[in-house]
Design a protein around this ligand. Structure first.
Ligand SMILES: NC(=O)c1ccc[n+]([C@@H]2O[C@H](COP(=O)([O-])OP(=O)(O)OC[C@H]3O[C@@H](n4cnc5c(N)ncnc54)[C@H](OP(=O)(O)O)[C@@H]3O)[C@@H](O)[C@H]2O)c1
Length: 316
């Protein structure tokens, strides 16, 4: 292969589950791509709530991680070598991805990733903006299109519109021709209207459960928010949650469909998303950018649950 294989790289890893103090900036070996993988030099990595949830060990039963583990599952970077079965990618290609959650992640200078989990990054975005896209936009895409079967004319409620997933969901729902209701605090109302939301409900002042007859609910919150959402759907409506597995009995009682969505890597979806971005139909909001050394601050910010859009780590 090539010279990087013998080299060390910087990566943020955890050696045990716990608080932000578990995040360690370490030197580790640059991984070697398998036959169906590429090696990517990472320029920027997205930070998502799942990163600190994995760090805490909340997903230890769901995801078969081995420690030490490199966190982060969003990146934008350049292909620096390709496995021998890889035909569709070449050294120098600019790519982005939400890679497999069960493997080492993207808070690192290099990652090996399956060739069918990456896509050409949006041409109109820089590295940081590109790294902010994959996980949240794939989640919104898969929840609304694949599971929610959103269609023109639907009345859709998207919870937490100001978050990374919510931003993408509002814009994709408008693309689909839906009327979009969303929830946020007052400081984000104008911003969410600028993304296309038809009505923004300030969850601190108003009760969203005043809504009724909705076709689709995208639940990004779980708990009380999910509980209060059922009665706002019309009979035969659809609830998709990414926060909590919905209760089947309540779905039957309200005569609605309800499903959990767990985001999956998908290069085809990422290519379609890149086209939407490059045509000006999908915008990316960056809340803040941190250097890799400041990963603790980035996690604390994400844990605050009041970011607008995305947090990004600058890797190089
Ligand atoms: N199942 C999956 O595959 C999957 C995939 C992605 C994400 N998720 C999960 O989905 C959730 C959202 O992810 P994310 O990346 O969008 O998170 P995020 O960016 O951290 O969300 C932050 C946003 O939540 C809003 N918010 C907080 N409390 C709220 C409330 N009571 N009502 C309405 N909005 C509220 C905040 O808006 P204000 O500042 O205006 O309050 C803030 O903009 C997380 O729990 C994440 O782990 C699951």
């Amino acid at each position: 292969m090539n010279h990087v294989n013998q080299e060390q790289m910087r990566a943020v890893q955890i050696h045990s589950y716990g608080g932000a103090e578990q995040l360690q900036l370490t030197n580790t070996k640059v991984p070697v791509p398998a036959e169906d993988e590429v090696l990517v030099k990472i320029h920027a990595a997205g930070v998502n709530p799942i990163d600190w949830k994995v760090r805490e060990g909340y997903l230890a039963e769901l995801l078969p991680h081995r420690l030490p583990l490199t966190l982060g599952w969003d990146f934008a970077g350049q292909v620096v070598s390709v496995g021998k079965n890889v035909k569709q990618w070449s050294v120098g290609d600019a790519v982005y991805s939400h890679p497999n959650l069960s493997k080492n992640g993207t808070y690192a200078e290099y990652i090996t990733v399956s060739a069918d989990e990456i896509a050409a990054k949006p041409k109109t975005l820089n590295w940081q903006e590109s790294a902010a896209v994959p996980l949240v936009t794939l989640t919104a895409w898969q929840a609304l299109n694949e599971i929610g079967k959103i269609k023109t004319g639907d009345r859709v409620l998207i919870h937490a519109g100001a978050g990374g997933v919510g931003n993408a969901a509002i814009q994709l729902a408008k693309q689909a021709g839906a009327t979009v209701y969303t929830t946020s605090s007052s400081k984000n109302i104008d911003f969410l209207k600028s993304l296309g939301a038809d009505e923004v409900i300030d969850y601190m002042q108003e009760d969203f459960s005043k809504l009724n007859g909705l076709d689709l609910i995208f639940d990004t919150m779980g708990g009380d928010v999910l509980e209060k959402s059922w009665s706002t759907l019309k009979k035969g409506g659809n609830l998709v949650s990414i926060a909590e597995i919905p209760n089947d009995e309540l779905a039957i009682k309200h005569d609605v469909k309800a499903n959990f969505c767990f985001v999956q890597p998908n290069s085809g979806h990422l290519s379609e998303i890149a086209s939407l971005i490059d045509s000006g139909s999908l915008k990316v909001e960056i809340d803040s950018v941190y250097q890799l050394d400041d990963v603790v601050k980035a996690h604390k910010k994400s844990e605050s649950s009041h970011t607008r859009g995305k947090i990004v780590l600058q890797i190089r």
